[in-house]
Design a protein around this ligand. Structure first.
Ligand SMILES: Nc1ncnc2c1ncn2[C@@H]1O[C@H](COP(=O)(O)OP(=O)(O)OP(=O)(O)O)[C@@H](O)[C@H]1O
Ligand SMILES: [Mg+2]
Length: 409
């Protein structure tokens, strides 16, 4: 897997992730060193736990006292057995929704799970980017991105600040510092007009004006950039509410970075006035803080819903009624059918944490001494063959047959 940077150069994802983890580790050790803890830098391997973001955000909310759960209201408690809540995780890209039910003690059970596109912070960033494409054209923006990358990044850093501060009651004008000199230069070179002239002739001229090296945007216009994202978050939550597991959910928890936006909080509260919408203190850090709790107690989550149907590629004796002719092959005198998706776990079923599945498979040839078990996944309901649409191989296990014999084993 590779990742692209903004100028479309690629790097292996593994390198990027390794360096990110190293930076975290170095930072931690530096802090500990500063505090004189005398901690050694030998960190044992095999200590990496993968935490699921909405899940650990939910764990975090379980641990907060009521006064730190904004919107909870008096008398509310997260700890009542049987209570259900929906965690709406709004990060960079998607809205990841999980419905949890509280069991005894601190344990949680997952009831359902869904993901919606174009619901995160970047959808608003994209809308903002489109303004500039609208004014200057794709060519200028690409040039800015490629040749003046630091100015391009300044532009988005500025937008990040503006984005965080816009509220439903923001009115008048919103000031915005831009890389004026660079933009002016590119405009002159590429479009034969200076920056102010380009702004004036743009279709958005009535929504913005120049003030020194700042653009002043109409506040209403800036707020309108959130509209498609807000609409898609609300539509997505409504979709999940239509599932039977989620139909009686009365409490929403808004977590992760984008849920800090007052625009988002207010819109969700308004759209779901019959539900209690809770935003935990430090909601942007809820995933991080929850991950720490999860690291200490990985058994917080008692069961989850399988995302996929899992199966193994097998062959069977050929049966004309059941199998397709093109999948037929011969071993000695017997006809067999290849590529059958034999599932051992169905999507959308509840799976206990640590649950084991025991399966038996036979060898197909006499004295066969090893067997390659290919595990496949799919989101389709009843896969027949492993090369059906939507199926993909997860991995392969080499199994040694201990006592090969002439019989099938
Ligand atoms: N106060 C805020 N107001 C508005 N948006 C914010 C605020 N704080 C963070 N964001 C936005 O939230 C997003 C980052 O959220 P978060 O850190 O939860 O993402 P992530 O977990 O890294 O991403 P993902 O889970 O989607 O891969 C960014 O788009 C950022 O602009
Ligand atoms: Mg996230």
């Amino acid at each position: 897997m590779t990742l692209d940077d903004i100028t479309a150069r690629t790097l292996p994802a593994k390198d990027v992730f390794s360096l990110s983890i190293r930076a975290l580790k170095d930072h931690l050790l530096e802090e500990l060193e500063k505090q004189g803890t005398g901690l050694k830098t030998e960190i044992p391997g095999e200590r990496l736990l993968i935490a699921l973001e909405p899940e650990v955000a939910s764990v975090y909310c379980q641990h907060l006292p009521i006064e730190k759960l904004q919107g909870a209201g008096t008398g509310f408690t997260m700890s009542r057995k049987g209570s259900k809540f929906m965690i709406v995780d709004l990060g960079v890209g998607t809205a990841d929704i999980t419905v949890h039910e509280k069991l005894d003690g601190t344990r949680l059970k997952e009831l359902c799970k869904a993901s919606g596109d174009a619901c995160g912070g970047t959808s608003v960033d994209n809308a903002f980017y489109q303004i500039f494409v609208n004014i200057f054209g794709v060519l200028v923006m690409n040039l800015l991105k490629k040749k003046y990358t630091s100015s391009y990044m300044d532009l988005f850093r500025e937008f990040e600040t503006v984005k965080r501060n816009i509220k439903t009651n923001t009115s008048g004008k919103v000031n915005f510092t831009i890389p004026y000199v660079v933009l002016d230069q590119i405009c002159k070179e590429q479009l034969n007009k200076d920056f102010p002239a380009i702004l004036k002739s743009s279709t958005l001229a009535d929504k913005l004006s120049l003030l020194g090296d700042k653009i002043r945007f109409d506040a209403e216009f800036m707020k309108s950039l959130y509209k498609p994202t807000i609409d898609s978050i609300i539509a997505h939550v409504k979709d999940v509410m239509r599932k039977k597991e989620a139909s009686d959910v009365k409490t929403f928890l808004l977590v992760a970075g984008f849920s800090e936006s007052p625009m988002i909080q207010e819109a969700v509260r308004k759209a779901f006035s019959a539900q209690r919408v809770i935003v935990p203190e430090d909601s942007g850090l809820s995933v991080l803080k929850g991950a720490v709790l999860f690291g200490q107690r990985p058994d917080f989550i008692s069961s989850r819903i399988a995302r996929y149907t899992y199966g193994v590629k097998i062959s069977e004796k050929f049966d004309k009624q059941k199998h397709d002719e093109q999948k037929r092959y011969q071993i000695g005198n017997t006809s067999r059918c290849r590529d059958i998706f034999k599932s051992f776990m169905k999507a959308d079923t509840s799976v206990l944490a640590g649950q084991k599945v025991l399966q038996f498979y036979n060898t197909t040839t006499p004295f066969q001494n090893k067997m390659a078990l290919q595990v496949y996944v799919t989101t389709t309901e009843n896969p027949k063959y492993v090369d059906d649409n939507g199926c993909s191989m997860l991995g392969e296990l080499d199994v040694v047959v201990p006592n090969p014999s002439i019989e099938e084993h």
